[in-house]
Design a protein around this ligand. Structure first.
Ligand code: NAD
Length: 476
């Protein structure tokens, strides 16, 4: 039921010759699922040569033909949803229903980029002299080095693969060593759909070794990384030193502003579902809940009740509503966040502890009375913890919501149109969603500001990061 692991280089599924492997662990029960072969210098050189050759070939394929192959890949992803989802749940931990949604989302993303690649229009600029044509032509930027993380191993990989390919680029993608099976199954769909050898290359290994080898290579023209802020800053510095364009999708610490004119039950239900999705390991996970004074008690009571009643268990068990954290590091990290907050005066409304001693389970947690100097108020928790805070009015809450160096997603709930417009303008984040959860669709731009990075992964913007405008002026 688990994937037969390999690298994918120049159209071939191969273990390479390094002989180095690492274990893939099921986070629900600590068992070893498989051994993952690692790429070293020889395999990376082969991937670079393949991406170079693949780019030269793929950029000459018309956008129309590229779209046909990508749509076929999307159909295969849809057809194989159940198998890929099972691999994903076993290696990453999320409940099967979320894994299915992720795989179906990957098919939608691929379809959308397939079509958007056909609309990569340039433009004509009015000339100053008769007979002159000033044209802007959109060209694929070149071979891409992509680095995708373990929280959404399928969608984070496909956002890079589908967009790069739709633009006419080739890609070497390093997917997460802890969750390698589902991205491999994804890449198999592109292979079976007829993507030529060398256009996609999938590698695994030691992350720092791979990024430090690929980014400086003159073959690579573009970097795309999704992961933590410190690693993003490091890779962006490396990209800058070699004059490579980069997209950085980094962490977040999303504020949620809940005003006292809303349906508290609706907001609590929606936000609890969003908070504990994927056990909170989501860069746009709502974390700092600013609740207007009048509804504070009611919201905290309802949200806490919902959190308490989430059944935590193996994601393969259909009765589980939240799976384990993806790795043991996260359990330790969340435990420390809670301990630090409690030491500084926070109250635990529910949760706060790891569950059992097998697998990486942690209780859905709600904290109240958390002081501003607690680590969880300043660093991304990336786990199943919500922090409840009071606020008086817009003027008072906005500076608090905007205080952190992160700027990825923000949420707000109010029935007052004027307040909605004011906070949409004032919240310092790349994405704002008001009165519903409206983020991360294939057709809408996804990306942050400040330390959360730059560049986009969805929408037209997500295609354009893989293209460069070429200006051509000619006199006929
Ligand atoms: P980490 O900072 O060690 O790694 C984050 C990601 O970057 C991983 O996928 C890792 O394989 C990769 N990475 C690390 N060093 C690298 C390097 N030198 N070159 C290339 N890739 C490298 O932390 P972690 O324990 O794996 O994850 C925890 C933190 O990462 C979380 O606190 C969260 O902030 C962040 N994260 C964010 C996202 C996101 O969607 N933005 C996804 C996963 C993790």
């Amino acid at each position: 039921m688990y994937e037969n692991l390999s690298l994918y280089i120049d159209g071939k599924f191969t273990s390479g010759d390094s002989g180095v492997t690492s274990d893939v662990i099921n986070p629900a029960n600590d068992t070893v699922l498989a051994k993952l072969p690692h790429a070293k210098k020889a395999e990376l050189d082969a991937a670079l040569a393949a991406a170079d050759k693949g780019f030269k070939e793929w950029k000459r394929v018309s956008a129309y033909e590229r779209a046909k192959i990508l749509r076929k890949a999307a159909d295969l992803i849809r057809e194989r949803t159940e198998d890929i989802a099972k691999v994903l749940t076993q290696e990453q931990g999320k409940i099967l229903i979320e894994a299915r949604l992720e795989v179906q989302g990957a098919a939608d993303i691929t379809d959308w980029f397939a079509e958007e690649g056909r609309r990569a229009y340039g433009r004509i600029i009015p000339a100053r002299a008769e007979g002159v044509r000033n044209m802007v032509i959109m060209e694929p930027i070149g071979p891409v080095a992509g680095f995708a993380p373990w929280n959404f191993p399928v969608t984070q990989a496909v956002r890079k693969i589908a967009a790069a390919l739709a633009a006419g680029c080739s890609i070497i993608i390093k997917c997460p060593e802890e969750t390698p099976g589902s991205p491999l199954a994804l890449v198999r769909c592109f292979h079976d759909a007829g993507v030529p050898p060398g256009v996609i290359n999938l590698v695994y290994g030691t992350p720092a070794e791979i990024s430090e080898y690929l980014i400086p290579s003159p073959i690579i023209r573009k970097i795309s990384f999704t992961g933590s802020v410190p690693v993003g800053k490091h890779l962006n510095a490396l990209a800058a030193a070699h004059m490579k364009r980069a997209t950085m999708e980094l962490g977040g610490h999303a504020p949620v502003l809940v005003y006292d004119d809303v349906d508290v039950e609706y907001v609590a239900k929606l936000m609890a579902a969003m908070k504990y999705r994927n056990a909170g390991q989501v860069c746009i996970s709502p974390t700092r809940f600013f609740l207007q004074e009048k509804i504070y008690d009611k919201f905290v009571a309802q949200f806490t009740d919902l959190a308490k009643n989430i059944k935590v268990g193996d994601g393969m068990d259909p009765t589980s509503k939240m799976g384990p954290l993806a790795n043991a590091r996260r359990v330790n990290a969340i435990e420390q966040f809670v301990q630090d907050a409690v030491e500084k005066g926070a109250q635990v409304a529910t949760g706060g502890k790891r569950i059992g001693n097998q697998g990486n389970f942690f209780e859905p947690t709600v904290l109240t009375d958390v002081p501003d100097n607690a680590r969880i108020m300043n660093e991304e928790p990336f786990g199943p913890v919500a922090v409840m805070l009071r606020f008086k009015d817009t003027e008072e809450v906005l500076p608090r919501a905007n205080k952190l160096p992160y700027g990825l997603a923000s949420y707000a709930f109010t029935r007052n149109g004027k307040t909605a417009a004011q906070i949409a303008d004032a919240l310092e984040s790349g994405m704002v969603t008001i009165n519903h959860h409206g983020l991360a669709l294939p057709e809408t731009p996804f990306g942050g500001i400040k330390d959360s990075g730059f560049g986009h992964e969805g929408g037209t913007e997500g295609l354009l990061v893989y293209m460069q405008p070429k200006f051509v002026s000619y006199m006929g």
